[in-house]
Design a protein around this ligand. Structure first.
Ligand SMILES: Nc1ncnc2c1ncn2[C@@H]1O[C@H](COP(=O)(O)OP(=O)(O)O)[C@@H](O)[C@H]1O
Ligand SMILES: [Mg+2]
Length: 66
């Protein structure tokens, strides 16, 4: 059985012409602690909202974990 808690492939979110998050590949194992860092406007909050199911991504090859 896989111990993957969540995985994204090419997770992408656009707000009109703004690319809030561009082709994010992320895999986190169960129990793993991950820091997700970036400057203001990098797309951290957008990513977390998508992972929590608070919006649908504009595009994604694969999107597990919800
Ligand atoms: N609801 C929204 N409508 C339009 N643009 C948005 C919205 N939410 C975020 N953005 C834009 O998407 C980009 C990423 O924002 P955000 O995910 O809040 O970044 P961070 O949390 O890393 O600071 C920014 O350019 C921001 O202005
Ligand atoms: Mg933020």
């Amino acid at each position: 059985m896989s111990d993957t808690a969540l995985r994204t492939e090419s997770l992408t979110e656009h707000f009109g012409d703004v690319v809030a998050r561009d082709h994010l590949d992320l895999e986190v194992a169960q129990g793993e602690v991950v820091g997700y860092l970036g400057p203001n406007g990098a797309g951290k909050t957008t990513t977390m909202r998508l992972l929590l199911g608070l919006g649908r991504p504009t595009a994604s090859q694969r999107f597990l974990g919800q």
